[in-house]
Design a protein around this ligand. Structure first.
Ligand code: CA
Length: 227
């Protein structure tokens, strides 16, 4: 588990590093908001510990910009500012949790563990491809900020395509795994094509960037790389 600490006070940053490394976390430190933003957008971390009062680029700005760019890494804001407004701003901008200095190290560890657990659950319970997201628990499907209204068959079909994204899926595979058919049949092929066409309208029609593609003679493909 790799944690990025964005903190300008050397003493605080080093103490955090020492404590976290003892708990077997891998730690990287950024000393300015600029550097923190750069590292967080270039590399993949499991969690960000973000101070709000930073030189050059403050923590709220780093937080807001990361979220705007689609970065979903859990972020724990750690700061001396304890006014209620600052908390509200931090959470509004997409912080996952908030801890006010001074704090007990054991509390920090507990919050980190909780966020990492939540992050892992989220990965299991959601399927994503680019801006398309499927929640397997609530059955909510969204593309960007828009929510898609799918029938249960369309949902099953899209789930299968998401699990096989960037690979061609044949009609045989869909008949077997999504329609649970034991034998190939022309009427079923037609049903698959019609369901796919309806799903494609819902997922792709308003967007320039298409995600669902027909691969002539082979089947279908969910990918943001084509078209
Ligand atoms: Ca600071």
């Amino acid at each position: 588990m790799h944690i990025l600490i964005i903190e300008d006070e050397k003493k605080v940053a080093n103490a955090l590093r020492e404590g976290l490394e003892k708990e077997r976390y891998e730690v990287t430190i950024a000393r300015t908001g600029e550097e923190g933003f750069f590292l967080a957008s270039q590399r993949s971390f499991d969690l960000l510990l973000l101070d709000l009062m930073l030189p050059r680029r403050d923590g709220i700005d780093v937080l807001a910009t990361l979220r705007k760019c689609g970065n979903q890494t859990p972020i724990l804001v750690v700061t001396a500012k304890d006014a209620v407004e600052d908390r509200v701003i931090g959470l509004d901008q997409g912080a996952d949790d908030y801890l006010t200095k001074p704090f007990a190290f054991s509390e920090l560890l507990a919050r980190i563990r909780a966020l990492l657990r939540r992050g892992r659950m989220d990965q299991i319970l959601k399927l994503r491809h680019e801006d398309l997201e499927m929640d397997l628990v609530t059955h909510k499907v969204t593309r960007g900020v828009r929510s898609l209204d799918l029938t249960s068959k369309e949902f099953d079909l899209l789930e299968y395509l998401l699990r096989h994204s960037d690979r061609v899926v044949s009609r045989e595979m869909l008949a077997r795994d999504v329609w649970h058919a034991t034998a190939r049949a022309t009427p079923l092929d037609n049903v698959i094509d019609v369901t796919m066409a309806r799903l494609r309208r819902k997922v792709d029609e308003p967007y320039e960037r298409k995600l669902l593609h027909t691969v002539r003679g082979l089947g279908y493909l969910l990918s943001g790389r084509q078209g």
